[in-house]
Structure formats: C-alpha cells, structure tokens
Design a protein around this ligand. Structure first.
Ligand code: HMG
Length: 392
C-alpha cells in the first residue's frame, strides 16, 4: 500500500468586481426598511460587475496571484466551476488559460451544478493529485448572480471568483476523504438557457437548503465522520449571510444541541465578513466564507473546519478540512480586503443602468468601454466571439 499523502488547498485567492451597491441605496429606491437587508438577510452591499467584467475576467484576476507566486510548471489541469457560463460549448477556463499564459500541456474543463460546482471541482482535483502527487490543479469558482430587478432575490445578488491551487502537502488546508452527500430533484432555483436571470422559489429554496444540511450531516456521520465537537468552525454556502446562521442551527438541531444567537455567531460569524459585502457569488460563495475564516480567525493551526456546499436543484456535500500549522504565513488577507475595499460605490440609478445593459448578439463588432479596475477585461465582441485583453 502506498503511504497516505495529504492533499488539499495549497493557496487560495479571491477577487470581486469593480463596483459596489450599498443596500442603503437599494432600500432608498424601493422603500424597504434597510434593517431587512442588514439584519434579516445579513447583507450590507453587493458587488456589481462593470460592462467589461465577466466570469472570465474575474476568474483570471483571482488566479493570477497563484500563478505568479507558484509558477505554472506543475499545473496539469484547470477546472472552472460556474453557473453563469458564457458559452454552451467552449469552457470559460480556456480563455483564462490564455490570459494567464499557461502552458499548452494542460487539460481545461468547466463544471456545473449550481453553487455546488466548485466543490465537485475540488474533489476531482484532489483525486487527480492523489493519482499523481507531483501535479497541481487550479480550481476556479467564478459567478455573477443575477435575479430579476425588483424581485425578492435582487437584494442577494453579488459576484466574485475564488481560485485554489490543489496540491499534495498543502500549505493551507488538508481535505479529509470522508464526505456527507445529498441529491434531491427539486425546483427551488434554476435558470433555463434562454434566461439571463435565475428563477427561484425563495422559501422552497431555503427549506431545500436546510434539508440538505441535515441530510449531508446524517450521511457524514454514517460514513464515520468526525463528531461535532471536533469542529472549530463551519463554513456554509452563503446565498445571503443569515443563511449560514439558519444552516448551523439546523445542523445543531440534527445533533440534538440547543443553541442561541451567541453560540451561532461564535461558530459562523467570522465566516460571513466577505460575503456580507460581496453578496451571493454562487460557486465562489463557500470559498469566500473559507477565506474569511482563514483570514480573520487567528489561531486555527491544526483545527478542523466543516465545509458545507449547496447547489440548488439540488446537490450538497459536507466535508471536513484540517488547517495546516503555519497556514497564516500563506494567506492573502490584505489582497482580499483590498479587492473588497477598492470597489467604487455606485448609486441605485447607475446600478440599474449597468444591470439593464445586455451585450449585443448580432455578431457585429463592438468595443466595450474600459470600466474595470481589474487586470483583465472583455475588450470587444466580434463575429460572435469574445475578445479579452490584459488591462493596460
Ligand atoms: P423575502 O420575501 O424578500 O424576505 O425573501 P422575507 O420576508 O422572507 O424576509 C427575510 C428575512 O428578513 C426574514 O427573516 C424576515 O423576518 C426578516 P427569517 O424569517 O428568514 O429569519 N425581516 C426583517 N428583519 C429585520 N428588520 C426588518 C425585517 N423585515 C424582514 N424590518 C429570500 C427572502 C431569501 C427568499 C429572497 O431574497 C430570495 O428569493 N433569495 C434568492 C434565493 C436564495 O437565496 N435562497 C437561499 C437558499 S438556496 C441557495 O442557497 C442556492 C443559491 O445560491 C443558488 C445556487 O445554488 O445556484 C440561491
């Protein structure tokens, strides 16, 4: 038997958009008590993409620091998870591969299952590294969450990309082999190919998510997972950050543990610091929660984190991950705060104008205005092709 190797996340980086809409602005426009957004949903603001930003430019921006720091020599696979795909055929990761100047001897694929996709990508990456511990896999989760304007989902929109380098002997986080899994055919949230915005049965989606929390945990326990007391904190997929509190309460109820707001806050509060100002970034959301825990809890050496991934439709997975001693010297907390804090605030009218701008579909040539502050941009559309470039 070969010796057991540890595989997991060696480096983690996320980036968000150039613009941000505070929920005070949304409330000013629609007359909602802003406390509903701030307290009821746990959202303070939402990331808004510039016209020349999309899932490719966000993904490349998130992955760039990893490639710059570690080089690309050992990367043999790029997996990009998204549910805001830009093409039915070509994987968005191929554009990212080109923008980052990665070597040709690499496989690139795109995966999809709503917000769960990146966790499937992570598991695929871990399996590849177990097969050949000398190779590394670049996993990227990139999404722009769009609901109809003036719908209940609007306040939960957001956008971001998270990039993870998966390797043997990882510096940040070791993934455990035991998973709790759950799939149920439920129409809680979906987006037919002909729609730019998601359709959602909000209340049903919350119930489906909570059922998935309890079901994955039951499966995790059945398969010999760690007991509740072993976990230091829990990172949940956060469509809006109050959902993490509801999720943790559901998990504790499943374990027969009574709880209150204070214990819930202690368990998940820190994991919400990025998502509450970014909004739902679908596949990236769980990994922004993970980045928040790593960047903001100061003593996680050797501690176990629970990661709960939920993708509507629905597929869910619970995994445990052990924080590697010395992880703090490998974090990118400063860059993450900079990405969030450097966004330009827009008013409601500007946000609405940006949201209503659909890219032309007639195949003619269109140059897009340079709005992004990120390192890459969607520069033009030509012959039904998207033309990307590095921002000068
Ligand atoms: P809604 O009807 O706008 O809001 O829908 P509500 O009336 O349910 O209020 C929300 C909360 O605010 C409630 O608290 C209110 O009491 C509270 P709760 O009962 O939930 O504890 N509230 C206030 N609090 C303080 N002061 C006030 C006040 N007023 C009300 N004045 C909903 C909310 C989340 C359903 C809606 O935003 C929506 O449809 N969102 C999109 C769907 C979603 O995020 N679902 C989450 C689970 S599904 C998921 O996570 C998957 C997903 O990421 C997609 C994927 O997988 O690809 C979405």
């Amino acid at each position: 038997m070969p010796a057991e190797i540890s595989v997991g996340i060696h480096d983690l980086s996320f980036r968000t958009t150039s613009f941000v809409l505070p929920h005070t602005e949304l409330a000013r426009y629609n007359g909602t008590d802003v406390a509903k957004y701030h307290k009821g949903l746990g959202q303070l603001s939402m990331s808004v993409p510039a016209v020349d930003e999309d899932i490719v430019t966000l993904a490349a921006a998130a992955a760039l620091p990893l490639v710059q720091h570690h080089g690309a020599d050992t990367i043999r696979t790029v997996v990009l998870a998204t549910e805001s795909s830009i093409d039915q055929s070509k994987a968005a990761g191929v554009y990212v591969h080109s923008l980052l100047g990665l070597p040709s001897q690499i496989r690139v694929i795109e995966v999809k299952q709503a917000c769960y996709g990146a966790t499937a990508a992570l598991q695929f990456a871990a399996a590849l590294v177990h097969q050949d511990p000398a190779q590394r896999v670049l996993v990227i989760a990139s999404d722009i969450s769009r609901y109809d304007l003036d719908s209940p989902g609007e306040a939960t929109q957001g956008a971001a990309a998270a990039a993870m380098l998966v390797s043997a002997d990882p510096a940040l986080l070791e993934l455990s082999g035991t998973s709790g899994l759950f799939t149920a055919d439920v129409m809680d949230f979906w987006r037919p190919n002909y729609r730019a915005t998601a359709l959602v049965d909000g209340k049903k989606s919350v119930a489906a998510y909570l059922e998935a929390v309890q079901s994955t945990w039951r499966d995790y326990v059945l398969r010999g997972g760690l007991p509740l007391e072993e976990f230091r904190t829990f990172c949940y997929h956060q469509p809006y950050t109050r959902m993490a509190f509801k999720a943790h309460q559901a998990l504790l109820e499943e374990c027969g543990v009574h709880t209150n707001e204070e214990t819930l806050h202690k368990a998940v509060g820190t994991t919400t610091v990025y998502n509450k100002v970014v909004g739902n970034s679908y596949t990236a959301s769980l990994y922004l929660a993970l980045a928040a825990a790593l960047d903001n809890c100061h003593d996680l050496d050797g501690e176990t984190l629970g990661l709960f991934s939920y993708g509507s439709g629905s597929v869910a997975e619970f995994i445990a991950a052990r924080v590697r001693p010395g992880y703090r010297s490998h974090l990118r907390a400063g860059e993450h705060r900079e990405s969030v804090n450097s966004r330009q605030t827009v008013d409601y009218e500007t946000y609405r104008e940006l949201s209503c701008q659909a890219l032309p579909t007639d195949g003619n040539t269109y140059e897009l205005p340079h709005q992004t502050r990120g390192p890459f941009r969607l520069a033009a559309l030509r012959d039904h092709q998207r033309i990307y470039e590095a921002s000068s």
